[in-house]
Design a protein around this ligand. Structure first.
Ligand code: ATP
Ligand code: MG
Length: 560
């Protein structure tokens, strides 16, 4: 996949270009290494666009590698969703789908090399004791009493760990580096631990599992990765990444380069928190349209192009910053503005009776599917004596600048006629139940016969042709820009109670009856909407992706 415009450059692309031109590497190989313990989120999209994008642009290769070294938390559902999401975003790993578990045997061999060279030892302290002896930023760590076990003893114990002779936690394999290092990651980090746990791919073949810092660099090297791109929290792990590669016979030494994580306002971004939102039923599923997951954004109506555009706009730097939600929303608006056909729908219907329109007349008006692109074609919109308009387009006592309907006021029904309000009915609460209008039968198509100015244009749906629908109005999931910054409050306390408003009696123009799952439309003046998978033949369900930036009337006036 590559977009028509060249992606803007960033420090990583510049580095890759320099490595190619300086012949430090002869081709570019990257990888996207998710742990299958949750669905991918928009932060992962940044990493996917970077890794796959660089490989595409430099004629290189990118692996999709599952970092599946933690069998307790990993599930097939996540493995499948990750592949679906990467593909949907527009990227292709071709035959380069791998798993860290593919390399368990070789990882074991490389670990054994470390043992043979006295670079690793079996430590029999408990996890607690290891943590306590690690020291702090200001104090050195204490060497393990098992640090000087003989090579023979270490080989024997490590083999027996693999054979399953010991219980979880009884021993670990540790690198033998430097307990006084200023970098805590270098204080004899644990490389392997015992976990009698069935793995989704390797089953019960292993009861020892390698840790991230050992697994990742070797997996990168085995795949011939040239640039191992990861987020900033791994910067302090780079010396260990390099140490493992320098002290094993693996024949390739990738360059680790760090960049800042994406953080987005009004949402949370770690899989741990997203898992909590799902488990505690704050949202319905991982693909709930309020979730910042790729699957959620997709269901919300985001397009792959809009997410790629967003990733391009935010850029890649080493500086941590939070991105405004409006930047993401503007990307989808921009894409849908040119790609989504227009339709009319009324979300909060108010009935209008046109007094002087013949009882049994029906007309159809031709409406452009896109105001700026004739290629979208037109559709026929039926019109009859009773229509629905948006409740908010009528006021009993409107201010002067309200260019919509009110007693005595004239307005244009988009594509159809000019109508003037002659009266209205209310119920016992004073709420308007019906509005009455006269139409100008010379204003066919909405054009004034005498050229008189009619400022307001509103959308409508013919009552007897309308398709009733459920419309889900989504808003930001959290009320706070940063829901996790408070020490006293749990982030779930800041969930926006109005993040989902379900409207069950919206009225759609008939052309929307057969809209396919996931198809996207602009409902004129209201926003962009997408067909949800919960739709049934009799009752379509639409999700609001995003509202329009400006009102439709202001943007284009009438007659397009
Ligand atoms: P989380 O903290 O959300 O659980 P993670 O880093 O543990 O994320 P992984 O599955 O390990 O999730 O991530 C796969 C890749 O995606 C890693 O290279 C990671 O650096 C990158 N990544 C994860 N979150 C972000 C983010 N917010 N912005 C950019 N890249 C990210
Ligand atoms: Mg991780």
């Amino acid at each position: 996949m590559s977009d028509s415009e060249a992606a803007p450059t960033n420090f990583i692309r510049q580095r890759v270009a320099a490595d190619l031109s300086g012949a430090r590497v002869s081709e570019v190989v990257t990888r996207f290494p998710p742990e299958p313990n949750g669905y991918l989120h928009i932060g992962h999209a940044k990493s996917i666009c970077l890794n796959f994008g660089i490989a595409d642009d430099f004629d290189g290769r990118c692996f999709l590698r599952f970092d599946d070294t933690n069998p307790e938390k990993e599930e097939m559902e996540f493995v499948e969703s990750i592949q679906r999401d990467v593909r949907w975003l527009g990227f292709n790993w071709q035959d380069r789908l791998t798993h860290a578990s593919d390399y368990f045997e070789r990882l074991y061999e490389f670990a054994m090399e470390l043992v043979l060279n006295s670079n690793a030892y079996v430590c029999s302290l408990s996890a607690e004791e290891i943590r306590e002896s690690r020291g702090t930023l200001t104090e050195p760590g204490k060497e393990s009493p098992f640090r000087n076990r003989s090579v023979e003893e270490n080989i024997d114990l490590f083999n027996r760990m693999r054979e399953g002779e010991f219980a979880d936690g009884e021993h670990v394999l540790r690198a033998r580096i430097d307990m006084t290092s200023g970098n805590l990651n270098m204080r004899d980090p644990v490389l392997y631990r015992i976990r009698h746990q069935v793995h989704q791919i390797t089953g019960d073949r292993w009861c020892i599992y390698p840790l991230y810092d050992f697994t990742h660099c070797i997996s990168d090297a085995i795949e011939g990765v040239t640039h191992s791109l990861c987020t900033l929290e791994f910067e302090d792990h780079r010396p260990l990444y390099d140490w493992v590669l320098d002290n094993t016979s693996v024949s390739c030494h990738p360059q680790q380069i760090e960049f800042s994580r994406l953080a987005l306002d009004y949402t949370v971004m770690s899989k741990r928190m997203l898992t909590q939102l799902v488990r505690e039923n704050h949202v319905s599923t991982w693909d709930d349209p309020r979730m910042p997951t790729i699957a959620g954004l997709r269901r919300r109506g985001y397009t792959p192009a809009s997410i790629r555009l967003f990733c391009e706009r935010i850029g890649v730097t080493k500086k941590d910053n939070r991105i405004e939600m409006s930047l993401l929303e503007n990307c989808v608006r921009e894409d849908l503005e040119s790609s989504a056909p227009r339709r009319m729908a009324v979300i909060d219907p108010l009935k209008v009776v046109i007094n002087n329109y013949p009882e049994d007349l029906e007309e159809t008006f031709s409406a452009a599917n896109h105001p700026a692109d004739a290629g979208f074609g037109t559709r026929e919109v039926p019109f009859a004596k009773e229509i629905y308009i948006e409740r908010s387009d009528f006021m009993i006592d409107p201010p002067r600048k309200f260019f919509r309907l009110g007693p005595g006021r004239e307005v244009r029904l988009r594509y159809a006629y000019l109508v003037t309000c002659t009266g209205y009915d209310t119920d016992d609460n004073g709420d308007v139940t019906t509005v009455y209008c006269d139409y100008d039968n010379q204003s066919h198509g909405g054009n004034a016969p005498d050229g008189r100015k009619v400022k307001g244009t509103i959308h409508w749906v013919s009552a007897k042709h309308a398709i009733p629908a459920e419309v889900r109005l989504y808003d930001r999931l959290f009320m706070r820009e940063n829901p996790v910054e408070s020490k006293q409050h749990h982030f779930s306390e800041f969930i926006n109670p109005d993040s989902l408003i379900t409207v069950t009696n919206a009225m759609l123009e008939p052309a929307l009856a057969s809209a396919e799952n996931e198809s996207r439309f602009q409902f004129e003046r209201l926003g962009y909407f997408c067909v949800d998978e919960d739709s049934t033949a009799g009752q379509p369900v639409f999700n609001r992706t995003v509202t329009l930036r400006d009102s439709w009337a202001k943007q284009r006036g009438q007659g397009s």
